[in-house]
Design a protein around this ligand. Structure first.
Ligand SMILES: *Cc1c(COP(=O)(O)O)cnc(C)c1O
Length: 220
């Protein structure tokens, strides 16, 4: 794991632009706590989980001051379990879910940072807002008090040629840069979460500043 993490960090340095800080989120879904501790000891502080119960179990079983990221499909009835416990929810894919997060955050009087998941490729099987609906969603988000939109996230389809990956990631980068942050005070374009094991290099080249890597770190 040490060598693989070193390689990812080297690639980040190699591929990023000078003013691009890329956060590595280690996706620890299905991994035991022992592997999370191993990665933590190698300097990883941000971990991503995609199931609420698994996340809660892991939180209960470690005292490490980890920044937990929620990256999976989130059901509205489970929002209450993670609000106030995770540093960022990457995968908000409906207005209904966003409003539910606002409601639960209000109850606990906490701010919740979220990203809007965008289905850039338009694949039917993928979650996420349509690109053309994002501005409308941002207008709704701007009326909320406890939810803060920090940026955008996407997952590229599993089997696409490199050229198409580039097209997908560049499209989201453009959308990210063009977010109407001057006009809407509750909206920031700080985090652009894109890139996984198979496509993180292309994602960094296209402007990602948050990559989510599981397989390569934990499974080799
Ligand atoms: C599993 C997962 C990842 C990590 O994927 P790998 O291919 O294992 O690196 C990233 N993002 C999301 C949303 C995931 O569910």
């Amino acid at each position: 794991m040490e060598e693989r993490l070193a390689e990812i960090r080297e690639q980040i340095e190699l591929l990023k632009k000078p003013d691009q800080d890329v956060l590595l989120v280690a996706v620890s879904k299905t991994c035991p706590i022992s592997q999370i501790e191993e990665a933590y000891n190698l300097g990883v502080r941000d971990f991503g989980e995609n199931k609420v119960q698994e996340l809660l179990d892991k939180m209960e079983n470690t005292d490490l001051p980890i920044n937990w990221h929620f990256i999976g499909n989130l059901q509205t009835n489970k929002v209450k379990y993670i609000v106030g416990k995770v540093c960022l929810i990457h995968s908000v894919d409906s207005i209904k879910l966003m409003l539910k997060i606002e409601k639960e955050a209000k109850k606990k009087n906490v701010c919740v940072d979220i990203l809007l998941e965008v289905n850039i490729s338009g694949e039917k099987s993928k979650h996420g807002f349509k690109e053309e609906d994002i501005n409308e969603v941002l207008e709704v988000a701007n009326t909320l008090y406890f939810v803060k939109v920090k940026g955008l996230m996407t997952m590229a389809p599993y089997t696409v040629p490199k050229a198409e990956l580039q097209e997908i990631f560049s499209k989201l980068y453009k959308k990210f840069i063009d977010m109407p942050v001057q006009k809407l005070d509750n909206i920031e374009n700080e985090v652009l979460s894109m890139g996984m094991t198979r496509d993180y290099k292309e994602a960094i080249l296209c402007g990602s500043n948050c990559i989510r890597i599981g397989t390569y770190i934990f499974k080799g």
